[in-house]
Design a protein around this ligand. Structure first.
Ligand code: CIR
Length: 262
């Protein structure tokens, strides 16, 4: 039986729109180059498809500059999908845009109704548990509402804290296999990954932390040679993807898709 945290039959992505140049960012290091961003996005989709998965690519959504970061709109599990409630006001409307697509695929579709907030980037499903980092986007009330649904579905949820100044929990970590987490040293303090094998990002390459294990490959931001070498040495089949432009908007590999089995 394949692990639902690493092996997927489907993914959903959304093409970057021209409005992506206005996407949220903690620090303004310039606007993304749209042509390069779109070609990196194409390479990302091709890497997902190369594993045999079906990838649905939704049209760009110009009204929502961050809509390409679809991961934040939902949590998809074998039992059903849960629509999130983003903590960023400008991103709230993205959820309604995604909902019909997931409603057509999942029999059990739930909603985080509020008043709390939670974004998918703060949730790491490892197969044995769901780790959720509170952050500037995800609050205790949002986590509590998620917990009620996950209790019903039989998952254990562990509430953690995303470090100050880090956008999402998964900005700083990724699941490489059901036993192994790739993490920055900053996040891996306080025992949040006790019971897992942890590979630390080499110093200076912390920006490579947001990778994804997708079937038998690991999509990794390009340009981090020490991390690429470490993961290859550990036996992972890595696919480097240009993340230059998404990085300007604080995005990485996980943000660009919803991944699930149906
Ligand atoms: C934002 O600030 O919401 C977007 N510019 C980036 C979202 C990245 N999403 C993710 O890490 N799951």
């Amino acid at each position: 039986m394949t692990n639902p945290a690493t092996h997927f039959s489907h993914a959903i992505s959304r093409r970057p729109g021209a409005s992506a140049t206005k996407g949220l960012r903690a620090t303004d290091r310039g606007a993304p180059d749209l042509a390069r961003m779109r070609s990196a996005h194409d390479a990302y989709i091709a890497a997902l498809r190369s594993t045999g998965a079906k990838v649905t690519v939704l049209d760009a959504e110009e009204d929502f500059p961050d809509a390409m970061f679809v991961e934040d709109t939902a949590l998809c599990l074998p039992d059903g999908a849960i629509m999130m409630r983003p903590g960023a006001a400008s991103r709230m409307g993205e959820v309604a845009q995604m909902r019909p697509t997931l409603a057509a695929l999942f029999n059990d579709l739930r909603d985080i109704g509020g008043p709390g907030h939670i974004e998918g980037g703060d949730i790491l499903f490892t197969g044995r548990e769901v780790l959720v980092g509170k952050s500037a986007r995800t609050d205790a009330a949002g986590v509590a509402e998620l917990r009620i649904i996950l209790d019903e579905w039989g998952y254990s949820l562990r509430e953690l804290q995303t470090p100050e100044g880090v956008l999402h929990f998964k900005t700083d970590c990724s699941l490489l296999d059901p036993e192994t987490i790739l993490s920055t040293r900053l996040l891996d303090t306080g025992g949040c990954f006790d019971g897992y094998r942890v590979l630390h990002l080499p110093e200076g390459e912390e920006a490579a932390a947001n990778a994804i294990r997708f079937n038998d490959v690991v999509l990794l931001p390009d340009g981090f040679p020490k991390t690429a070498e470490m993961l290859t040495r550990e036996g992972y089949d890595i696919r480097p993807i240009d993340n230059t432009d998404c990085a300007l908007l604080d995005g990485g590999m996980s943000c660009l898709s919803l991944r699930f089995n149906i």
